[in-house]
Design a binder for this molecule. Structure first.
Ligand code: AHR
Ligand code: AHR
Length: 481
């Protein structure tokens, strides 16, 4: 049985079921998600390998060979057509054309389920999915449940990495107009014990860790690599639950009365579905989504406990985040551009500015050092790498507003993330393309001889699709110095 078979047996059927990693009904063999590739704009739908099975990641890999791919649709598996697509502007606008949010990279969150490769949805700040015209999702004070499997190591404190019930206008229409799972370490509203991240409920104008937006010390920090998160609500009552998505049982972090603040009892839910954003399209948050559902009716704890057992049995596990020629931690390297204009140019820096410069064995030792980098374990994720400046130890290549800089490591979570890069096979067939860990749609690019993290088309000049594959492919060789 799949999670939605379990909910149906419990009398609380799924009315939305989303996953890029697996079918959530044992009989489901339809499409899980759609990807669009950068080379020609073509799309393809990815289904499970067999009914009820794991996604056909190999089909994605083959379709996306030598180009970029974005996740355009996450299909609803219930037959209600509650699909998730690129979120439109609302109270806040997204960074994409016409105020839409960004789409997620198709290869940003590789994992395995029972040893078979699949991809989750890696939400960077600015990304989000939504459906404002749903079928069967709870409105008003009607009973509903939901769960999501998330990455407990990918979060931030911005508003709001959510999955669940939001406003159909994408605007903040008041207290109680949403009821969604939130995951992150925002301290603006509720908090749990420790430093976070926490599973909370976004009920609009507040992230609730329990009955109030204050501290609920029964709500623990959840840093497991895979986190099962649960929120449910019915008239007068609601609950937050959570557990390790790879082992063990769910615990109840809160169960009881609705908040004693106007608007939350009864609830005024509107029945849109959001992923990776707040109800009003607040889009500063980040996180990774693997699977999730929304139900009609208030699931029993026993039903949810069976769903948790099913998630554990799916055996989510990590897999390599890198591909292509090895860029070995501890080595010192140079990175040579491969675009025809620029094959004598290497990634270098002048002060804090990252650029490309013509460097050769007869260059000055200062220039050689400025184009030489020490590879260290990724500051935010040791499965990837960071590049420390040879002439300025303690300073690293990082991005800020998508521009590459060489800055001193200030020890912050943001710096560590901005300085972490995951090499993959070079998009033009040479060397490596080096994607930003936190923005997997973006890779290190030279553009007018300056360094950026660029996507394959987009709103910035440096996102130009012209010569994208060449500009993001680098031959990694021995350091000059
Ligand atoms: O409730 C927290 C956030 O507040 C909601 O997600 C958003 O709509 C509002 O800004
Ligand atoms: O480069 C993109 C983002 O811009 C970085 O993560 C952050 O430092 C800045 O806001």
């Amino acid at each position: 049985a799949g999670p939605c078979d379990i909910y149906a047996s419990g009398g609380t059927p799924c009315v939305a079921a989303h996953s890029t990693t697996r079918a959530l009904f044992s009989a489901y063999s339809g499409s899980l998600y759609q990807v669009r590739r950068g080379s020609d704009g073509a799309t393809t739908n990815i289904g499970p390998l067999s009914a009820g099975g794991v996604a056909n990641a190999a089909a994605q890999d083959s379709f996306c060979t030598s180009t970029t791919c974005l996740i355009t649709t996450i299909f609803d598996q219930t037959g209600r057509a509650n699909h998730l697509t690129q979120a439109p502007p609302g109270g806040f606008s997204g960074p994409e054309a016409n105020g839409f949010d960004n789409l997620a990279a198709a290869d940003g969150a590789p994992v395995t389920l029972n040893g078979q490769k699949a991809y989750g949805v890696f939400i960077s700040p600015g990304s989000g999915y939504r459906n404002d015209a749903t079928n069967g999702i709870a409105v008003g004070d009607a009973a509903e449940g939901m769960y999501a499997v998330l990455d407990g190591t990918h979060f931030n404190d911005a508003c709001c990495f959510d999955y669940g019930n939001g406003e159909t206008s994408a605007r903040d229409t008041g207290n109680g107009h949403m009821e969604a799972i939130y995951f992150g370490n925002s301290r603006v509203w509720g908090t749990g014990s420790g430093n976070g991240p926490w599973v909370m409920a976004d009920l609009e104008n507040g992230l609730f860790s329990g009955v109030t937006t204050g501290l609920n010390s029964a709500n623990p920090t959840m840093t497991q690599r895979f986190v099962t998160s649960v929120v449910k609500g019915e008239p007068g009552t609601w609950a937050i639950r959570g557990g390790n998505g790879a082992s063990g049982a769910l615990s109840t972090f809160y169960s009881g009365a609705r908040p004693n603040v106007a608007g939350y009892n009864p609830m005024h839910r509107e029945g849109a579905i959001i992923l990776g954003i707040g109800g009003d399209n607040s889009n500063g948050a980040q996180g990774t989504f693997y699977e999730g559902v929304m139900t009609s009716g208030y699931p029993s704890d026993a039903t949810e406990n069976s769903v948790q057992a099913n998630i554990v049995a799916a055996r989510y596990a990590t897999t390599s985040l890198t591909s292509g020629p090895a860029i070995t931690v501890g080595s010192t390297v140079s990175l040579r551009a491969t675009t025809a204009c620029c094959t004598t140019r290497f990634l270098a820096h002048t002060g804090t500015t990252v650029n490309t410069q013509v460097v050769s064995s007869s260059s000055t030792s200062a220039l050689k050092l400025s184009a030489s980098w020490t590879v260290v374990a990724g500051l935010a994720n040791s499965a990837c790498v960071s590049f420390e400046s040879r002439d300025t130890p303690g300073s690293f290549i990082r991005h800020a507003n998508f521009v590459l800089l060489v800055n001193a490591n200030d020890g912050s979570k943001l710096f560590h993330e901005d300085a972490t890069f995951c090499p993959k096979v070079g998009l033009n067939g040479q060397g490596n393309s080096i994607r930003a860990w936190g923005y997997p749609t973006r890779s290190i690019r030279h553009f007018n001889n300056l360094g950026y993290i660029a996507s394959n088309s987009g709103v910035h000049d440096f996102d130009s699709a012209t010569s994208y594959n060449d500009d993001v492919s680098w031959v990694v060789g021995a350091a000059f110095a």
